[in-house]
Structures are given as structure tokens and as C-alpha cells.
Design a binder for this molecule. Structure first.
Ligand code: UDP
Ligand code: MG
Length: 149
């Protein structure tokens, strides 16, 4: 089944939104398969945001992501990559719809609370960058037949 990589950024952690953010994916019906609370090395931050290496905000973004602990996660479910992006909202919180995480809790593009993979191939790359195979838990919740026909 499809998987995505999500990370609650240092602002989400500092603002005490970890539970609120996780709740949104959990109550939606997605399945948590990986979770760790960690500091991010500069090497990992630069590799994660490699696609933005030439952008003017890259250095500040790496500084920010390494400035405090993050919650790195892998979630599973049909269509989870695109659906998680919808739950997260547009990159600039001022453009994010109310009801999305960024729309409900953010006001600034550099403090938009959470990362989510933008495509299935990106998700596979990010999951292997952040997690070792043995850190991912293969399981099926007992309620699965109430989530999927
Ligand atoms: N970002 C920023 N300034 C910008 C564009 C992006 O600080 O002008 C940051 C922002 O935190 C964003 C991250 O860089 O989440 C990655 O940018 P991307 O376009 O991939 O947005 P996302 O996929 O996170 O919505
Ligand atoms: Mg992105």
C-alpha cells in the first residue's frame, strides 16, 4: 500500500502542536508505520531539501529544520501522498484553506509547521533517507475492515 513521509517541523514541536497534527492523520484513517522524535543533522537536512539547493531560501530552510527537534513519520493508506498534501494545505499558510494544518495554524511560509512528500516517488526517496527498514512497522489495525471495503 502507498506510503508518505511527513515531518512536523521545529515550529510545530515548539508550539505544542504534535498531538493535534498527528490526530488529523490518525482520525482520517491513515496508518502510522514509522515515528521518531529527533534532531536533524545538516547533512540530512541538505539531502532532504536537495531539490531546493539553488533557491534563495535554502540556507535559511536548512538552519530552521536543524534548529530544534522534529517528528519524522511514515503514514500508509490508499492515496495517502496526495491526501496528506491536502490535509497539510498550500505551502504559504496565508493561501492554505481553513481546515488544513497550515491554514489553521500558520501565517508565514518559513514557519509552515509540517513537511509532506509531494509525489509517490519523492515519498519513496524521503522514507529511505529518514528511516531504516527495521524502523518501519508492518501491521494492520484491527479496524481495517471498517476503513476499507
Ligand atoms: N520555503 C520558504 N520560502 C519559500 C518557499 C519555500 O521558506 O519561498 C520553505 C517552506 O518551509 C517550504 C519548504 O521551503 O515548506 C519547501 O518548499 P516546497 O516548495 O517544497 O513546499 P512544500 O512542499 O513544503 O509545500
Ligand atoms: Mg516540497
Amino acid at each position: 500500500m502507498e506510503r508518505t513521509f511527513l515531518a512536523i517541523k521545529p515550529d510545530g514541536v515548539q508550539r505544542g502542536l504534535v498531538g493535534e497534527i498527528i490526530r488529523r492523520f490518525e482520525t482520517k484513517g491513515f496508518i502510522l508505520v514509522g515515528l521518531k522524535f529527533m534532531n536533524v543533522s545538516r547533512e540530512l537536512a541538505q539531502a532532504h531539501y536537495d531539490v531546493h539547493r539553488e533557491r534563495p531560501f535554502f540556507a535559511g530552510l536548512v538552519d530552521f529544520i536543524t534548529s530544534g527537534p522534529v517528528v519524522a513519520m511514515v503514514w500508509e493508506g490508499d492515496g495517502v501522498v496526495a491526501s496528506a498534501r491536502k490535509i497539510i494545505g498550500a505551502t504559504n499558510p496565508l493561501n492554505s484553506e481553513p481546515g488544513t494544518i497550515r491554514g489553521d495554524f500558520g501565517v508565514n511560509i518559513g514557519r509552515n509547521l509540517i513537511h509532506g512528500s509531494d509525489a509517490v516517488e519523492t515519498a519513496q526517496r524521503e522514507i529511505s533517507l529518514w528511516f531504516k527498514d527495521h524502523e518501519l512497522v508492518n501491521w494492520a489495525p484491527d479496524i481495517k475492515s471498517w476503513l476499507y471495503e
